[in-house]
Unconditional design. Structure first.
Length: 330
């Protein structure tokens, strides 16, 4: 017997032993309790850091029309983002209905923005989709498709913006205008390569050790770009609703894209969020800093807190209804 066969037999025997001997029902219940405790802790911690009096005052100072438009655009943005997972459902030929997939992805987006990507984007996806009967391996693939879709659109938009040279970063930043243009050129080449490979590839599956990468058809790759560009455009539109009138939409869009990159490549001191720090650094010469902060705070209320307030009870209702159906079918 070869070493490979011996290793395979060892792994198989260990798997069979674990499946038969370990108390999986108890382990699943413990992990479920741990998950809920973690989420509850994060929600309480998040709530304790929010200045609720300031939230209420900001909402009172903002016109109802502006709040309504911002909330409507935010809802559309969530709808587009949740549709990323519908691509995964289509490519993987999953039997779960599209409304359930879309609903789960929308909840994940709200938790992702407020509780971090690891909890909201990953843990909640595995939890929700497992309750819908989707295998863990397929959840991983859906997550990968969603991430590729979102950032491919960002790379395309940011690449064009950075190459144009319209953004001139402050001197204190480690990335200057020329560096941004180089980054933009690389971004465009990456997208061109991705679309080109999807169009001309002779085979669709490539295996790297234990990981299998499946290339989508070029039509799906182009659809990914359209959907992601729409998502980023809608996000910028929400922010624009709360910015002073002196700031153009194109400027808001550009600063949003820069802030996404800044969150990855640089550390912003001073205790501000990356989004706020970048907007102030690039726009404080045009309008008062307090007006920028007020607008961004209103944006966070509408785009972060409001969806979280809606997603939390919806998730609890989903869990309760799922448990009820399991008891009835048992």
């Amino acid at each position: 017997m070869s070493a490979t066969e011996g290793l395979k037999n060892t792994w198989t025997n260990g798997y069979d032993w674990a499946r038969e001997k370990l108390p999986w029902p108890i382990i699943k219940k413990v992990l479920t309790v741990v998950f809920f405790v973690l989420v509850a802790t994060l929600l309480v911690k998040q709530g304790a850091t929010i200045e609720w009096a300031k939230v209420w005052q900001t909402l009172k100072d903002t016109s109802v029309l502006t709040l309504g438009i911002g909330a409507g655009l935010g809802f559309l943005c969530y709808c587009v983002y949740a549709s990323y997972d519908l691509l995964g459902r289509y490519l993987l030929k999953l039997k779960v209905s599209w409304p359930k997939t879309w609903f789960a992805a929308g909840l994940c987006y709200a938790f992702n923005l407020n509780l971090s990507a690891l909890v909201g984007g990953v843990a909640f996806r595995y939890r929700l989709y497992s309750r819908l009967g989707i295998k863990a391996a397929d959840v991983t693939r859906i997550l990968g498709i969603s991430v590729v879709t979102n950032w491919s659109g960002y790379i395309l938009l940011a690449g064009g913006l950075f190459v144009s040279g319209q953004i001139n970063p402050p001197d204190s930043w480690p990335v200057g205008q020329i560096s941004l243009q180089v980054i933009g050129a690389v971004f465009i080449l990456v997208i061109a390569a991705y679309v080109g490979v999807c169009w001309g590839a002779r085979k669709r599956e490539y295996r790297f050790k234990s990981t299998t990468i499946t290339l989508p058809p070029v039509s799906i790759a182009l659809l990914q770009l359209v959907m992601a560009c729409a998502h980023w455009t809608l996000m910028a539109s929400v922010i624009y609703q709360f910015m002073p009138d002196e700031i153009a939409f194109a400027t808001v869009f550009a600063v949003l894209l820069v802030s996404a990159l800044a969150g990855v490549i640089t550390h912003i001191p001073g205790g501000l969020g990356v989004l706020e720090a970048v907007f102030i650094a690039l726009l404080s010469g045009q309008v008062d800093k307090t007006d920028i902060l007020a607008g961004l705070f209103a944006y966070r209320c509408v785009f972060y807190l409001l969806p979280l307030a809606v997603a939390t009870p919806l998730y609890l209702i989903f869990e309760a209804s799922t448990r009820k159906r399991e008891k009835v079918s048992a």
